[in-house]
Design a protein around this ligand. Structure first.
Ligand SMILES: *Cc1c(COP(=O)(O)O)cnc(C)c1O
Length: 398
């Protein structure tokens, strides 16, 4: 048996790799520099180009580019009309922003439990948590796998709820042949460097609904409009006039970030293919290791994974998840945990959320670990990750 690096053996590799990272090449750099040298570095043509590029790719009618994925979620909640006392159902296995955006609007996040095998929000649990105050569902495509969309859509239609899809993980994923971004009432994206494409920071919302689109545009730019149809007194002071007709924010993105995102969009098909290839290698490697549980596929989702999550069967191992994680670090493979259930955080505990709310999510959380997955990984990097996992399992299996 190979000696673990954490016990003084040689690590499987020299340099450290992380669970995710961007791919920026000279073409991307050129695109940014060119925009920096142009007349517009914000509110210019690159933002328009980014929006059109997202619409084309997804087959969505409208896209609104914003400063980050959290702003996208906030704008979506505003457009959905979330206000004081409204309840919005989401998953606890997500980044905190998926729930925080509801609180920004004075609403209350309600957490539904997840499917024990796919880890995505469970439609049956969503239905159970609906009350008279429920206004919307924020369904997160966890790890990139599309939620059970048809089931959730049906529930939302029956109860007159707005369906927001948090697709921060799932750019490039298709559900029943349709791109994520063309399905829900509103779909939000993030372009943080660990996500499928990046603008450094950046986000977007897509929708097919003109009314929602107009609200999104207002929300992301101070509630200010020059649209004569929306203005109350279009010619009041003169042709220079604009009006603030609602309360909005400054969630605009710069043109040089938009230029980077437009450039990255041209690599998206390649990124998707590479991510899928790595996922296949991992699945093949782990399917015969009973100590490692593989995330189950949702058949209707043709998935571009953002995260590859292994789940440790801790009953078959003599180590804790923490010891496994530390052993991976010592082998120079830096994993991450996605996610601590949102309502476990002190902020949510102070609001009165109690542990035990979503027992399946909490159980899943105890064993999960995200291993490196990003298109820049070489085949050798992938082999190193597999090697490290096998080595650690060998050392700790019962
Ligand atoms: C990254 C992420 C966000 C937030 O995106 P930012 O661009 O970092 O604000 C929201 N939801 C999920 C599920 C995410 O992973």
């Amino acid at each position: 048996m190979e000696r673990l690096a954490i016990k003084g053996g040689y690590p499987v590799r020299g340099g450290k790799i992380y669970y995710g990272r961007q791919w920026i090449d000279d073409i991307d750099v050129e695109a940014v520099v060119e925009t920096l040298r142009s007349d517009f570095i914000t509110c210019g043509p690159k933002v328009d180009e980014m929006e059109r590029s997202l619409e084309d790719f997804m087959g969505a009618k409208y896209a609104v580019a914003v400063s980050n994925g959290t702003a996208a979620l906030h704008c979506a909640c505003i457009a959905a009309g979330i206000g004081e006392g409204d309840e919005v159902i989401t998953t606890p296995l997500t980044f905190a922003a998926s729930a925080n955006c509801v609180i920004y609007c004075g609403g209350k996040p309600v957490f539904a439990d997840v499917n024990p095998e796919t880890y995505n929000i469970d439609p049956r649990s969503v239905e159970e948590r609906i009350t008279d105050r429920t206004k919307a569902v924020i369904a997160v495509d966890f790890t990139g796998q599309a939620v059970e969309f048809d089931a959730i859509r049906k529930i939302c239609d029956e109860h007159n709820l707005v369906l927001i899809e948090d697709a921060a993980h799932s750019l490039g994923t298709k559900y029943k042949g349709k791109q994520v971004g063309s399905l829900a009432d509103m779909t939000t994206f993030s372009f943080h460097p660990v996500k499928t494409i990046t603008g450094g920071e950046g986000g977007a919302i897509t929708t097919n609904d003109e009314t929602l689109y107009k609200r999104l545009v207002l929300a992301h730019s101070h509630g200010i409009t020059r649209d004569k149809d929306l203005m109350e007194e279009p010619e009041h002071e003169g042709p220079w006039c604009y009006e603030q007709i609602s309360l909005g924010y400054n969630y605009r993105i710069t043109d040089f970030q938009a230029a980077l995102i437009v450039s990255q969009m041209k690599k998206l098909d390649m990124f998707v293919a590479r991510r899928k290839a790595i996922v296949t290698k991992y699945n093949d490697a782990f399917k015969n290791i009973p100590e490692i549980i593989i995330q189950k596929d949702i058949p209707d989702s043709d998935t571009c994974r953002h995260l590859y999550i292994i789940r440790l069967d801790l009953d078959r191992l003599t180590c804790t998840r923490r010891e496994f994680f530390d052993a991976m670090s010592a082998e120079n493979i830096q994993c991450q945990i996605h996610y601590v259930p949102v309502y476990w955080f002190p902020f949510y505990q102070r609001l009165g959320y109690e542990k035990g709310l979503c027992p399946i999510a909490e159980e899943v959380y105890k064993g999960i670990m995200s291993i490196p997955l990003y298109p820049k990984m070489t085949d050798q990097d992938v082999e190193d990750v597999i090697h490290a996992i096998k080595k650690i399992v060998d050392n700790y299996k019962r």
